[in-house]
Design a protein around this ligand. Structure first.
Ligand SMILES: C[S@@+](CC[C@H](N)C(=O)[O-])C[C@H]1O[C@@H](n2cnc3c(N)ncnc32)[C@H](O)[C@@H]1O
Length: 203
């Protein structure tokens, strides 16, 4: 009884930063222990981080936005709530359990699996370029080859001036992003577990 109370108190405390439900939080934790290098975090992003990511989008130039690594949809929810009506959203999520949950939550959003196949999957839909890519992918947990392959896919579909927005928990990606993009802006939020760096880049 006491343990249950302490446990639910802790989850309640987490929820002040993180708007995800306790059920979602537990699911995230379970999927992390199932495949840590793919999931990359024990809990979904906070609403503060999601808001900062979505605020970085240059909506006036954005007809099509692709989200990579949507997880349980913390950022997707903000994206859909804040995008102009004309902007189309496509979502990629590799974990099948998360994908099933996203399909249930966001019935009208086209869902795909592996971001490593980004350019091919989009080409099969007749899409050659996207205006903005918003990513929750845990690049720091990927092998060098995997990170390079996904960054190359992103470069293939982003035209010059296209936006790439990502969050990371360490500054490890900074140099690489500066080499690959013509502009890299940095933001932070401490209101996330762990605190996150937000990179807003232009190709
Ligand atoms: C750190 S979580 C972020 C989840 C969510 N965006 C959030 O902010 O709460 C990283 C997500 O990327 C997904 N992921 C990892 N590799 C992927 C890939 N190659 N293609 C698509 N999704 C991938 C994981 O399954 C996980 O849901």
């Amino acid at each position: 009884m006491l343990i249950k109370k302490a446990y639910s108190g802790r989850i309640k405390g987490m929820n002040e930063i993180n708007s995800a439900s306790s059920k979602e939080w537990l699911l995230f934790c379970r999927r992390f222990f199932h495949n840590p290098s793919c999931i990359g975090s024990v809990m979904p992003s906070s609403r503060f981080l999601a808001r900062k990511m979505v605020r970085s989008v240059a909506w006036e130039q954005c007809g099509l936005i692709v989200e990579l690594g949507a997880g349980t949809g913390s950022c997707t929810e903000y994206l859909l709530a804040n995008k102009p009506q004309r902007t189309k959203v496509l979502v990629f999520e590799k974990d099948p359990v998360f994908r099933a949950q996203l399909a249930e939550k966001f019935t009208a959003v086209p869902l795909y699996d592996d971001a490593a196949q980004l350019a091919e999957i989009l080409a099969a839909q007749g899409i050659r370029r996207v205006d903005c890519i918003m990513s929750g992918l845990p690049f720091a947990m990927f092998s060098d080859a995997e990170r390079q392959a996904i960054l190359a896919q992103i470069q293939r579909v982003l035209p010059r001036g296209g936006q790439f927005i990502t969050f990371q928990y360490s500054p490890q990606m900074y140099r690489e992003l500066c080499l690959k993009f013509s502009e890299v802006r940095i933001g932070f939020t401490f209101f996330n577990l762990p605190p996150a760096i937000i990179y807003s880049c232009r190709r």
